[in-house]
Design a protein around this ligand. Structure first.
Ligand SMILES: Cc1cc2nc3c(=O)[nH]c(=O)nc-3n(C[C@H](O)[C@H](O)[C@H](O)COP(=O)(O)O)c2cc1C
Length: 201
């Protein structure tokens, strides 16, 4: 079995829900398992540090998770058109992995949730790709052979899966958004399987 790391940050639950959908797409591919991980919130107040294991939800990610995975799905809420600081903080600590070229050639894909339809989903997704490209990862999007990309009235982009959560973050993930999350996970796992096969040859 090969693990695809599904690494996300979520404050109100939308990206957490999307990560489950991406994971289901991954696990549809034979021999592929989703390893779901999150990151602790960052705060300007430094007195309290998080427990090593969160009280609920998936474990916090470690650099070993990145080392061991054959691919990466990265999910973040939009924060002023960019990824959340908590996720960026973790990525900013991966300099030694970059130096050793550990992530080179592994496939990656990104997903996001935002309050508003035109509040920066594409810019969030594209800027999330930048550190992954610096790491030498093979970044994937969603092709227009996915009919939901044309018909969706909310989230779903060629740059990755997305969800429009509304101003109170309570809008349900639509069927189109769900299918696109699933398709992204599946495409990522299928690509990881092919690339892994070629690396082993
Ligand atoms: C500081 C901050 C900045 C945000 N920036 C944006 C933004 O640029 N565009 C947008 O549409 N929503 C923005 N939001 C809303 C979140 O992206 C939205 O609530 C998201 O769906 C939350 O995902 P979650 O449920 O996984 O936490 C922002 C929220 C916060 C707290």
């Amino acid at each position: 079995m090969s693990d695809i790391l599904v690494l996300y940050y979520s404050r109100y639950g939308s990206v957490a829900q999307m990560s489950q959908l991406v994971a289901r797409g991954i696990e549809e591919v034979p021999e592929m398992t989703a390893r779901i991980r999150t990151v602790p919130a960052v705060s300007a107040v430094c007195e309290a540090s998080e427990d090593a294991i969160p009280s609920e939800g998936p474990p916090y990610v470690t650099q070993d998770d990145l080392r061991e995975c054959t691919g990466l799905a990265l999910g973040s809420p939009a924060r002023f058109g960019n990824m959340a600081a908590a996720l960026k903080y973790f990525l900013d600590g991966t300099g030694s992995l970059w130096l050793s070229g550990t992530m080179i050639g592994k496939p990656a894909a990104v997903f996001t949730s935002s309050s508003s339809m035109h509040g920066g989903q594409e810019s969030t997704l594209i800027t999330m790709m930048m550190p992954l490209l610096h790491h030498g990862m093979v970044v994937l999007g969603l092709p227009y052979s996915e009919p939901d990309l044309m018909s969706t009235q909310s989230g779903g982009t060629p740059y990755g899966a997305s969800h429009v959560a509304g101003s109170d973050s309570k809008l349900p993930v639509t069927e189109e958004e769900k299918r696109l999350c699933h398709a992204l996970g599946k495409r990522l796992a299928e690509t990881a399987r092919i690339l892994e096969y070629h690396h082993k040859k």
